[in-house]
Design a protein around this ligand. Structure first.
Ligand SMILES: Nc1nc2c(c(=O)[nH]1)N=C([C@H](O)[C@@H](O)CO)CN2
Length: 117
């Protein structure tokens, strides 16, 4: 299957389990790998025949910016389900990256793969 990638999408939001995280915006990064048959668009050169990654970005950013979840697991799942439903993407791999300060400047990352239907 062909794939469309959308990488390094950054969104400021409220996320986290600690008190300070409920009142501080943090920047999350999203990377998407979306199955999509690109042959129709390749032939017609018409945006209406493909998955518009700009539209995907807009839906993701609006949702994440207004979300208020505690765990990155929950946010990743909700975003994946929203994108599958909105765009009829057959399969989606979503990577969510959150900056954390543990022993140094680190990041936590979650990767999920979800299917439509
Ligand atoms: N598996 C997870 N572990 C942790 C999460 C999480 O979302 N999933 N979150 C936190 C804190 O919010 C942390 O990110 C603050 O820096 C800790 N562990």
């Amino acid at each position: 299957m062909d794939k469309i990638f959308l990488n390094d999408l950054k969104v400021d939001t409220i996320i986290g389990i600690y008190d300070w995280e409920r009142e501080t915006l943090q920047t999350l990064r999203f990377d998407l790998e979306m199955d999509w048959d690109i042959r129709h668009a390749a032939k017609s050169d018409d945006i209406s025949n493909t998955l518009d990654y700009g539209a995907v970005a807009n839906v993701l950013v609006e949702f994440v910016a207004n979300s208020r979840y505690l765990l990155i697991e929950r946010l990743a799942e909700e975003v994946a389900q929203l994108l599958l439903k909105t765009f009829a993407i057959p399969k989606l791999k979503l990577t969510l990256t959150k900056p954390v300060k543990l022993h140094g400047q680190n990041y936590a990352q979650i990767v999920i793969e979800r299917y439509n239907g």
